[in-house]
Design a protein around this ligand. Structure first.
Ligand code: NAG
Ligand code: NAG
Ligand code: NAG
Ligand code: NAG
Ligand code: NAG
Ligand code: NAG
Length: 372
């Protein structure tokens, strides 16, 4: 017989354990490198653990950039933590403190490199030298599912704004390479843009990284109301709502709009659909899966109404986002299981066309999955 006391003790343990785990949010996105080692020494792990703790309890750094190493030779750990340039020091520290807990949870303990992104910060570690080295992979996109008004003119203003920000950020110093501003687009839409490099990059490398990220906007979020291109060394984001501290905003003179092409009738976004949940949540979900969900939702909706066509037009952004979020959750849960089974993530490589020189080889997803 198991005593009721023991059972309640067990329950208490499970509940409190669960509460500890769910106290931190999930990353927007994370990657775990496949360079692992089953070496007898766990010196790397020990170094990593103490270094991450060190960083998340560091109270000397106020500029949001953490670059530290610990250990020697093959046990050397290098860590970079970077907060978004407008984030207050307290929020920055708590974001990195969350990352420190979550990253080792989502990646297997013997992984030698990993990276995890939140809105406010990212944390990255590797056994390779990563300071001052421009790194464009692994990367991911996020995009708003709503179309911008008057797309051509909108894209024109986004590009101008991003180029302005790129120059501002690249010319920053070794503590900050960040810029944010707003512009006025067609139909009086305010466009908010933000770009950032890790400040250990040279001016030239920051410029190159941002230039590459900006040139991916057509792949990521062409004509959409918002989007992000996120790389380890730099990231860019634009939205039609304010998502950063206005105090960090640079003055920007909006360019005169080019004439719009009259022949094209722009589809108007459906009103009142996604206004409350602005960010977009289609992370790394292959388009096939997305389509499958769409079809599933349509079929589900059509049941009992015998009016598939009209119903299908009622799939709101938020419904889609919900489905995508569920998928994302499932995806990450299954990832976790995989890691527990110590299986490899090699299948993720299947769609990836380019040659990736060294890091995160199998974990580079095909972020272009959204486009063809
Ligand atoms: C990572 O996995 C890929 C594919 O399985 C493999 O080709 C590559 O050698 C691995 N890299 C390391 C560092 O283990
Ligand atoms: C942790 O930080 C303290 C002071 O902030 C420093 O003395 C110590 O060397 C650091 N440890 C590591 C592993 O970096
Ligand atoms: C990083 O760790 C992997 C796996 O143990 C090893 O193959 C690689 O040589 C290490 N890289 C460096 C720079 O030590
Ligand atoms: C860390 O970053 C600071 C500021 O960019 C820089 O001065 C320092 O040299 C860096 N440290 C390492 C080990 O790269
Ligand atoms: C454009 O928006 C601003 C504030 O967002 C407002 O003050 C201004 O009146 C608007 N102009 C037009 C033409 O709608
Ligand atoms: C746009 O940026 C300017 C600084 O150039 C700032 O004064 C203004 O408040 C910003 N507008 C919004 C809506 O945040």
């Amino acid at each position: 017989m198991v005593s009721p006391r023991l059972i309640s003790l067990l329950c208490f343990f499970l509940i409190s354990h669960h509460a500890t785990i769910s106290a931190q949010q999930n990353f927007l996105k994370f990657f775990c490198g496949n360079s692992t080692s089953d070496d007898a020494t766990s010196t790397f792990k020990t170094n990593l653990k103490s270094l991450l703790l060190n960083i998340s309890t560091n109270s000397n750094i106020y500029y949001g950039f953490y670059n530290f190493s610990s250990g020697e030779n093959s046990d050397k750990v290098n860590v970079i933590g970077l907060c978004r340039g407008d984030v207050k020091v307290q929020d920055c520290r708590s974001c990195l403190a969350d990352s420190r807990v979550v990253l080792p949870q989502v990646c297997a303990p013997n992984v030698r490199e990993a990276i995890g992104w939140y809105d406010n910060c990212f944390l990255r570690y590797s056994n390779r030298t990563i300071f001052g080295v421009m790194q464009t992979q692994p990367y991911f996109y996020l995009w708003n599912t709503q179309d911008a008004l008057q797309k051509d003119q909108f894209k024109f203003v986004v590009t101008k704004l991003m180029r302005f920000l790129r120059e501002k950020a690249a010319s920053g110093n070794s503590l900050h390479k960040f810029a944010a501003a707003n512009a006025t687009g067609p139909s009086n839409q305010t466009i908010f843009g933000l770009v950032q490099c890790t400040p250990d990059l040279s001016i030239k490398d920051c410029d190159i990284c941002l230039d590459g990220a900006i040139s991916e906007i057509p792949k990521c979020c062409d004509g959409m109301k918002g989007g992000r291109v996120v790389r380890p060394s730099c990231n860019i984001r634009y939205e039609t709502y304010s998502f950063f501290d206005p105090a960090a905003s640079q003055p920007f003179t909006s360019p005169p709009l080019p004439p719009s092409s009259p022949a094209v009738v722009q589809p108007q976004p459906k009103q009142g659909k996604c206004n409350t949940s602005p960010a977009v949540i289609a992370v790394g979900v292959p388009i096939i899966v997305l389509l499958a969900v769409l079809i599933f939702v349509v079929v589900l909706k059509a049941r009992g109404t015998n009016n598939m066509e009209s119903k299908s037009t009622y799939i709101s952004c938020s419904e889609l986002q919900n489905e995508v979020q569920k998928l994302k959750l499932q995806q990450e849960q299954s990832k976790l299981q995989q890691q527990q089974m110590n299986a490899t993530l090699a299948f993720l490589l299947q769609n990836f066309e380019g040659q990736v020189p060294s890091e995160f080889v199998t974990t580079v997803q095909n972020p272009g999955a959204k486009t063809q």
